[in-house]
Design a protein around this ligand. Structure first.
Ligand SMILES: [Zn+2]
Length: 420
């Protein structure tokens, strides 16, 4: 009994310490004129630390979701009025939405009890709730232990706060050992609050390994490298302290903690949500990822970087409006994958180059992956949804999201097997 009271107390005090978003609204605007688009783009560039852009400015007529703090509500309304901007409130009170979504988080104690197993799986994770970093780490260790023949769990280095970063290699050494297999590299969770990305990556690991018999060709003819959580410190912080945290936890900017680990981020001010750091690969997390990726780049044909949200499938480049020479190949593969995805539940994804679909590049890592690491098919994929819940995607959408994305992965895998 005393333990229960203590646990309840800890749970309440953890909640009390969390950053609150009372009165914050997410407003979706749709600029119809160049002047109104420029007004919003100006806010994005200059007042990124006040207005949190849940989605980035794309182009005329495309919706942009912006979280507005109560203290700036009047100012923001004035801008909307001045430009007669079409808009609607997507989330009327962000704190209420966070409170509602709390049921979607699995209890952290699940990982500490070795007897706890979800109904459908032999592991500590299920995909009916979001899991914290400890639980995900336990899952990775469990699946590697259960399948030592095909799963290798590697540590690629430590984060700023000294957490291990993991890469999972999935490979069937029994088959085709005399040929060098092509490889597919998957990451996600660079931005902490995009919880659906690690929830997909862990599911993908489970699907490839546990359901091997359903699709042996994907492991017999391909190797997989999966970095399920690229920003562990930020992910932990988004569970414990601030549900909407995006960056890592390096306090390099004085009062403004955190660096956006997606190197191409647009902002140069340390307080901005997308601050990209003093130099490329300045951060432990991105330097670890760079070294791990370079070590396997030679035979890796495809790179998928999972983010949320918007339902878009992006190709390079982000730094220029020019398209890569092989853009038609990249586009066709992505479009075929998306067609297969859409066939499941009708979910729509837009396909295009980063600068073609976004006003300001945010898919920074794929430029480096394609341009420097030389991995030809480099994509950034923004998962569900299109803004009804945004980062607070309900956990009952994890499985539908994963099942439809798996259909896209199948297209990618079949194609990658054939690349010579
Ligand atoms: Zn992201």
């Amino acid at each position: 009994m005393r333990v229960l009271i203590l646990l309840a107390f800890l749970a309440v005090s953890a909640l009390a310490a969390q950053k609150r978003y009372d009165g914050y609204k997410v407003i979706q605007v749709k600029p119809k004129t160049l002047a109104s688009f420029n007004a919003i783009a100006k806010l994005y560039k200059e007042q990124n630390s006040i207005y949190d852009f849940w989605t980035e400015p794309r182009s005329l007529d495309e919706p942009i979701d912006i979280m507005v703090p109560p203290a700036y509500a009047k100012e923001f309304e004035r801008i909307l009025r001045n430009h007669k901007m079409e808009h609607r409130i997507k989330i009327a009170d962000v704190q209420s939405a966070i409170d509602v979504s709390r049921k979607d988080q699995a209890s952290p104690s699940i990982a500490k009890d070795p007897r706890s197993r979800s109904v459908s799986s032999r592991y500590v994770v299920n995909w009916t709730q979001y899991h914290d970093y400890t639980t995900i780490s336990v899952f990775l260790a469990q699946i590697a232990q259960a399948h030592p023949d095909i799963v290798t769990l590697k540590t690629i280095g430590k984060t700023h706060e000294n957490r291990e970063m993991y890469m999972v290699k999935i490979s069937n050494p029994q088959t085709n050992s005399n040929v060098t297999k092509n490889a597919i590299l998957v990451d996600g969770g660079i931005h902490a609050r995009e919880w659906i990305a690690p929830a997909f990556n862990t599911w993908l690991i489970n699907e490839l390994v546990e359901n091997y018999a359903d699709h042996p060709q994907y492991l017999d003819n391909l190797d997989w490298y999966i970095l399920p959580v690229m920003n562990p410190d930020g992910y932990v912080y988004s569970f414990a302290d601030d549900r909407l945290w995006r960056k890592n936890r390096n306090p390099v900017n004085g009062p403004c903690v955190g660096i956006d680990l997606n190197q191409g981020g647009a902002a140069g001010n340390g307080c901005d949500e997308t601050y990209h750091g003093p130099s490329a690969f300045s951060e432990d997390e991105s330097a670890n990822a760079r070294d791990a990726i370079l070590s396997i780049a030679e035979r890796t044909q495809v790179y998928l970087s999972y983010h949320s949200y918007s339902q878009v499938w992006l190709t390079p480049w982000g730094y220029t409006v020019d398209l890569p020479e092989d853009y038609p190949l990249l586009f066709d593969l992505a479009q075929n994958a998306v067609n297969n995805l859409t066939a499941v539940y009708g979910t729509q994804y837009a396909v295009g180059s980063t600068t073609g679909l976004l006003y300001v590049a945010s898919g920074g890592s794929i430029d480096w992956i394609k341009g420097e690491a030389g991995i030809p098919y480099a994509y950034t994929v923004e998962l569900r949804d299109t803004g009804d819940f945004g980062f607070l995607l309900p956990a009952d959408q994890i499985l539908p999201n994963n099942l439809e994305m798996w259909e896209a992965i199948k297209v990618i895998a079949e194609y990658t097997m054939e690349i010579v």
